[in-house]
Design a protein around this ligand. Structure first.
Ligand code: PSV
Ligand code: MN
Length: 394
């Protein structure tokens, strides 16, 4: 099977994959952090790393920011916008943070205490303003709200508080902004999570207003969940707003996309492509990565992720949709499944290298990154700013 560059290359070139600032800093597990000499410390470091991924892939001009982790003064975001622009980047999604302050121990917008609910809503409204000031048009909402024990909270009252809060925030958004509502079945809440699945996120989005959609974080599902079914359903309901790509083996493991179940990611892409064909338009989807790498070198992990997304997307584009429809109409399950399998089995890596080279990009982004010596250079600088770390680049 050969790649039809005109058809596949144009569509692939439209994929802008937004990278998360938090994927480049030292992060950890509940049990500890493993520090890397080259990990980013400041927002400028994170922007440098994302610019490096964009330099070698040409696919990542947008950065997702987490408000409390990245923005020193939300009232003065100009320097952040300028720092991004100086590196050829722009601000993508704004991620408010109503989960880490002590006051949110029992919830944010679904807290029993009206003063805490108000504080959380005010932070969300500040985040809308930050979005306006940074030129971002996506407000990405994830809530840690939930309860740990039966009886701890009124599930219905909490739901209603959520609806009120999201409606208020939605009404404050400019017409160009989309609200994306993320769901997660558990963690940190272990008995009930207020927005636990796509159905609840979808209901919340409908209550919030016409510019609210669902955000599918691929890691936020119970094992065995058919994620492409959710994607197809949401796409058909015009409720699919974006992705947080990653992979997982047990739960929200934040592993690199396609590292565990690349066939599942391929099937997600195939559902999107089928919906796009049937609806005759590109779906308005924010393609975001949400990964935090504890063990892999962070910039390399993101380059690997972007290359994997492009490979799996190209494979999904190789599926002969007419032959698939035809096999379905004959009720021939084997022929239908083979349409997927033969596309998936095609090695697209060399063809993608040629496609990249044709666009003036390195054919092999990972090799280009390694040859540049970027990581050693930034590590030499960053290690001096990390008093407790011991250097492995010395
Ligand atoms: C929560 O698990 C999540 O997926 C949300 O998107 C957060 O914003 C992100 O991870 C970083 O904590
Ligand atoms: Mn996420």
């Amino acid at each position: 099977m050969s790649l039809d560059f005109d058809r596949i290359g144009d569509r692939l070139g439209q994929l802008e994959i937004e990278l998360p600032s938090w994927g480049f800093a030292d992060t950890g597990t509940r049990f500890g952090k493993f520090l890397q000499d080259g990990s980013a410390i400041t927002i400028e470091d994170k922007l440098d790393d994302i610019a490096e991924v964009n330099r070698v892939t040409g696919a990542c001009p947008m950065v997702a920011i987490h408000v409390l982790w990245d923005v020193e003064d939300p009232g003065k975001p100009d320097s952040l916008v300028e720092a991004a622009a100086a590196r050829g980047l722009r601000i993508g999604s704004i991620n408010p943070n109503v989960f880490q302050d002590q006051c949110y121990k029992l919830g944010s917008v679904s807290n029993e205490d009206p003063a805490i609910r108000r504080r959380a809503i005010d932070h969300l409204l500040d985040s809308v303003n930050l979005g306006k000031a940074t030129g971002s048009d996506v407000l990405t909402l994830w809530f840690a709200d939930g309860t740990n024990y039966p009886g701890q909270g009124s599930i219905r009252r909490r739901k209603q508080w959520f609806q009120e809060a999201l409606r208020e925030v939605h009404d404050a958004m400019p017409a160009t902004m989309t609200m994306l509502i993320e769901y997660k079945p558990f963690e940190p809440a272990f008995y009930h999570t207020d927005i636990a699945d796509w159905g609840m996120a979808s209901a919340m989005a409908r209550h919030a207003g016409e510019r609210a959609r669902v955000l599918v974080d691929t890691g936020h599902h119970l094992p065995g969940q058919n994620i492409e079914h959710i994607v197809a359903f949401l796409a058909d309901e015009n409720m699919l707003g974006g992705f947080h790509f990653n992979d997982s083996h047990y739960a929200d493991d934040d592993l690199t996309t396609g590292s565990m179940n690349p066939y599942a990611t391929f099937r997600i892409f195939l559902e999107i492509l089928q919906a796009e064909r049937d609806q005759g338009r590109l779906l308005p989807i924010a393609w975001m990565v949400d990964q935090s790498h504890n063990l892999k070198p962070k910039t390399e992990a993101m380059i690997q992720t972007v290359m994997t997304i492009q490979e799996l997307f190209a494979k999904a584009m190789l599926v002969d949709l007419e032959a698939l429809d035809e096999a379905r109409s004959r009720g021939n399950i084997i022929d239908a499944e083979e349409c997927l399998k033969s596309a998936y089995a095609t090695d697209v890596r060399e063809a993608l290298g040629q496609w990249r080279a044709g666009r003036g990009l390195p054919a092999d982004p990972m090799a280009a990154h390694r040859e540049s010596g970027y990581q050693g250079k930034v590590a030499a600088d960053r290690i001096k700013r990390k008093p407790s770390a011991s250097s492995s680049y010395a």
